[in-house]
Design a protein around this ligand. Structure first.
Ligand code: FES
Length: 149
């Protein structure tokens, strides 16, 4: 019944209200509830995991073809800010070159999320760091420098 969605309708309304009250924009809440790009890629070229100081963990999966990110997913064990940020990070890198993906920063993600509680800004940082780690590790494993240098 509910296989594709993490939450049912009643939960959704309650969660939306709670998150909105704590300072998340509707857009950020949508990312948290819909969770596009959540999950794994069985044929990933790179899998990298990062745990932040808060204990939340992100595992990034990249599918790369001729220097371009064909697909990206992420598994998140973390707070709504972590989930929403990671979803946006994956969305932003799809179709980009490795060098372009490397330029994505906290502000790019914040701009799309529009608003998160002040105390959740570090969750955006974690998603960027997890992404950068995956790109760096992919670059090292493939003998090139994704920063383009
Ligand atoms: Fe850890 Fe949000 S509290 S990433």
């Amino acid at each position: 019944m509910n296989d594709d969605h993490a939450f049912d309708m009643q939960d959704t309304a309650a969660i939306r209200e709670m998150l909105s009250g704590s300072g998340y924009s509707d857009r950020a809440i949508d990312y948290y509830l819909n969770q596009p790009n959540m999950g794994s890629l069985p044929d990933a070229d790179q899998v990298s995991e990062l745990t932040g100081p808060c204990g939340d963990t992100m595992k990034v999966y990249l599918k790369v073809d001729e220097g371009r990110i064909k697909d990206a997913r992420v598994q998140v064990l973390g707070c709504p800010g972590a989930v929403a940020s990671a979803m946006v990070a994956m969305e932003l890198i799809k179709g980009k070159t490795l060098a372009q993906a490397h330029t994505i920063n906290d502000r790019d993600i914040y701009r799309i999320l529009q608003e998160v509680p002040e105390k959740k800004v570090h969750c955006i940082r974690l998603s960027v760091k997890a992404l950068q780690k995956a790109l760096d590790e992919y670059g090292r494993g493939n003998g090139d420098n994704p920063r383009g240098g």
